[in-house]
Design a protein around this ligand. Structure first.
Ligand SMILES: Nc1ncnc2c1ncn2[C@@H]1O[C@H](COP(=O)(O)OP(=O)(O)O)[C@@H](O)[C@H]1O
Ligand SMILES: N[C@@H](CCOP(=O)(O)O)C(=O)O
Length: 309
């Protein structure tokens, strides 16, 4: 056996908030709130084995396993691998938990088997794993898992990702409702409109462009103006009935803006030094109490990069 046979590689991938309002399936923000850790090593079989205490252990039912099976099939790799998943990103809450495992697994196997995959190819294989979670290969969360920071999917065939510079100091506040729903993202994707009117297209492409302008220029008014969605968030509103009230209240306390994190129910608030945070947290408590919904708050920051993780 060559020496690499006895190696094992462990990578961390962090939580993420996809969509950011109007950027359904094309925008994602990596943050430092939570992370998964995935270790890949050779085993003496010819199969892939998942070791996980909280996610499916059938390889093709686990996002990490499905991604690696696809890599092995496409690249003609015949070896046995053990994939050990230590979950840190809470599952089913809109924090990119499914994508964190697949992107960490892909980064690990890329190093262990010295595959030489670039970041966009790793996004391609990581997004494939999302099929195990929700039935579709959406690239947004996993682009954060591979690149970190704010990512824009500029093409899906072939996969191309652009990392967007953020020239603004945010304090991110995650409001995480204590709600669990089986197959949450699969359901949330099934209720999204399959077509929209031209005027809706014009409004939402303008909003995405304005929001990205705001991030790159550090223009908080532009970020607030652009981070609004009346298509996907609106279609899913019954899943998080408190959201509109929360968003109104936090902006009244001068948060930059807020959005649903991924397919929810978590809400992501972009706060800064102008935000009256204590009053904002008080309002959140009152609103969530009026909906009889327990929740937790996690303050975090943007994950800049991953190369050293
Ligand atoms: N490695 C994994 N990590 C998290 N969820 C996984 C994983 N593999 C499969 N799943 C399944 O994906 C679903 C959670 O993914 P999803 O609904 O997209 O929520 P989120 O990404 O917001 O956590 C659950 O049904 C879970 O069993
Ligand atoms: N674009 C996807 C994002 C799902 O993110 P998750 O963190 O909820 O898995 C969607 O909105 O369906």
């Amino acid at each position: 056996m060559n020496e690499s046979y006895y190696m094992e590689v462990t990578k961390k991938s962090y939580s993420s908030s996809a969509n950011l309002g109007p950027g359904y399936d094309i925008l994602s923000l990596g943050h430092k709130a939570f992370f998964d850790s995935v270790t890949v090593k050779h085993n003496n079989s010819n199969g892939v084995k998942i070791i996980s205490n909280s996610t499916p252990e059938e390889p093709d039912k686990n996002t990490a396993g499905l991604s690696i099976l696809k890599i092995m099939e496409d690249k003609g790799i015949k070896t046995g691998l053990d994939i050990t998943i230590k979950k840190g990103v809470p599952i089913g809450l809109g924090l990119g938990s499914s994508g964190a495992s697949s992107s960490a697994a892909v980064r690990s196997v890329n190093e262990l088997l010295d595959l030489g995959m670039g970041k966009d190819e790793m996004v391609y294989y990581s997004m494939y794993g999302e099929i195990a979670a929700c039935g579709s290969a959406h690239p947004d969360n996993v682009s954060s898992g591979i690149y970190g920071g704010l990512t824009l999917i500029s093409s899906t065939s072939p996969v191309k990702v652009k990392k967007i510079d953020i020239n603004y100091n945010f304090n991110l506040v995650l409001v995480i409702p204590d709600i669990s729903m089986k197959n949450k993202t699969r359901y949330a994707r099934s209720i999204v409109p399959q077509s929209i009117k031209m005027e809706e297209h014009i409004v939402h492409t303008s909003r995405i462009s304005t929001m990205l302008y705001g991030f790159m220029k550090g223009d908080r008014d532009a970020i607030r103006e652009g981070m609004n969605d009346d298509i996907v968030e609106r279609s899913r509103e019954a899943m998080f009935p408190f959201y509109r009230d929360i968003k109104e209240k936090v902006i009244n306390r001068n948060a930059v803006s807020a959005c649903i994190s991924g397919a929810g129910p978590t809400m992501l608030i972009f706060a800064d030094d102008k935000t009256r945070k204590d009053e904002m947290l008080g309002d959140i408590k009152n609103v969530m109490g009026s909906y009889n919904t327990d929740y937790s708050i996690r303050e975090t920051g943007i994950l800049e990069g991953l190369d050293d993780q």
